[in-house]
Write a protein that binds this ligand. Structure first.
Ligand SMILES: [Zn+2]
Length: 273
């Protein structure tokens, strides 16, 4: 499908959304970095509690972000991302995990899925690839964190499989999106990475000296296709974080000293007027 990602602002906060999700009842937002209250890089909208920022300021940033996109900050459901491929089903019992304190975040997990309404899933990124999934038929959603390790472990595909198993999702109904993250224009990796992803060798461009440009956006898109999504149901934001440090946090551009953007996906409750 065409890239349907649009940057917008609300209450002085900027974020990007995929229209295809919004149109069928899923709130989604990839936050930008401007107009926050962080200390870690002064004034950025860091949304992560695990990067040595002032926790009170992070919670204020989360509240500003939540208000701007119309979700409840107390119900943000988060996980401690470890570049693995574990997918966790979010049930009633874990709603709000990590919303106010990192101590009770869902441990060692890189993808969350749920079919509950008004549960804003929130994962954190600075160059790694956000993979968003929503099923307009069952109402199920999934959100994954795919750096090269998660991509090598096929987390995008595993997230689809988990939605099929848990919620009866038919992959051909799923809408999938790849959020802002480091692009093939900037993501240099070495042989060691290429060797770990042999099945996707065609997504590496050789630049000599054992270095490659890796196209993580399209490896993840390919995994979604292999999991059964239709080509016309997949959108790639196509914005490289390393090329836009004014808009986004980039771990590479900022040499590790930065905050994290949040990507939020939430199934809205159906309301009747
Ligand atoms: Zn780039």
């Amino acid at each position: 499908m065409q890239n349907d990602f649009k940057l917008m602002s609300q209450n002085k906060i900027q974020f990007g959304t995929f229209q295809m999700f919004s149109e069928v009842g899923f709130t989604n937002a990839c936050s930008c970095r401007m107009n926050g209250e962080s200390d870690i890089v002064p004034g950025i909208l860091n949304l992560a509690l695990h990067v040595s920022d002032d926790p009170e300021k992070v919670l204020r940033n989360r509240k500003i972000f939540a208000d701007a996109i119309g979700v409840d900050a107390q119900r943000f459901t988060t996980c401690a991302q470890v570049h693995g491929s574990k997918v966790q089903v979010v049930t009633d019992k874990v709603i709000g995990s990590g919303a106010l304190s990192f101590a009770n975040t869902i441990p060692e997990t890189d993808a969350l899925i749920t079919n509950l309404t008004e549960v804003p899933l929130l994962l954190f990124y600075a160059d790694c690839v956000p993979v968003l999934l929503a099923d307009p038929v069952t109402g199920a959603i999934g959100l994954a964190h795919a750096g090269w390790r998660g991509t090598a472990a096929q987390i995008a595909k595993k997230t689809v499989h988990a939605m099929v198993e848990s919620f009866g999702t038919e992959p051909e109904n799923l809408l999938g999106a790849i959020g802002p993250s480091i692009g093939a224009c900037c993501y240099e990796v070495d042989d060691a990475v290429k060797e770990k992803i042999p099945e996707y060798a065609s997504f590496f461009t050789d630049k000599g000296n054992g270095k490659y440009w890796l196209d993580l956006w399209n490896v993840n898109r390919q995994q979604l296709l292999e999991a059964g999504l239709l080509q016309e149901h997949i959108s790639i934001a196509g914005i490289c974080t390393n090329d836009h440090p004014e808009l986004f946090c980039s771990y590479r551009y900022e040499k590790g000293k930065t905050g994290r953007m949040g990507v939020c996906l939430c199934r809205k409750a159906i309301t009747s007027n």
